[in-house]
Design a protein around this ligand. Sequence first.
Ligand SMILES: Nc1ncnc2c1ncn2[C@@H]1O[C@H](COP(=O)(O)OP(=O)(O)OP(=O)(O)O)[C@@H](O)[C@H]1O
Length: 245
Amino acid sequence: MSDPILSVHNLVGGYGKMTILNGTTFAVPQATITTIIGPNGAGKSTVFKAIFGLLKLREGKINFAGRDVTNLSQRALLNAGICYVPQGRNIFPELSVRHNIELGGVSAGKGIDLQSRIEAALDLFPALRRKSTQQASTLSGGEQKQLEIARSLLLEPKLVLIDEPSIGLSPLMVQQTFDILKSLRDRGVTILMIEQNARSALEISDIGIVLELGQTRMVDKAERILNNSRIGQLFLGGAMEDNAA
Ligand SMILES: Nc1ncnc2c1ncn2[C@@H]1O[C@H](COP(=O)(O)OP(=O)(O)OP(=O)(O)O)[C@@H](O)[C@H]1O
């Protein structure tokens, strides 16, 4: 496995006086898909907010591509090569698909050929290319998620943080979206994902991380986590076995 591109060490933080991250520590190897699983409220989305500078940490260090990026601004993190696709739908429904993608490049520096980056993003998403002139509101839920991913690629990130991409999608759309994540990984992009759809996500992942009460309970090859029946019972309320049925 390659060297870590991201490492988080002993993160402590939360909301007001409430502590959610209690010493979260893990590393993400470069050009992998790493999936964080764990029960509701474990602090998974809070870790992403901390990595992307949306939550000020009380303690801990975040290292990315060999440099300390703890508590940097989102702008600085985007420039460093981290992008964040949050939960839910975050598109501009009245704008065209193409225009939505273009907005991913607003903070790109001068001298960058945005049009060729838009074309490269559309190459990855044939459904978006077919509908590139349509209003984004006319896309299906899965296509809208793909649009968010496409938009996030305009800055050519090294690391994509993606929070629950499969929520509300049909099984076919989930598979298509996961296939896109695999092809990004194969091009050298590192994907760190949170997923409730644990079995399907671990099946396409290299590494799995189990988070509980803001602490890392396990980091292992995804395959080993997938085959560990106790994990489903202990950390997912048996959800993995249910999904397997
Ligand atoms: N903005 C906020 N203000 C106060 N508390 C919050 C805020 N966001 C999250 N929390 C609380 O922090 C805890 C962890 O939330 P978080 O969203 O990180 O969990 P999660 O593991 O991603 O859960 P889920 O799987 O349900 O999405 C929860 O108890 C949640 O209610």
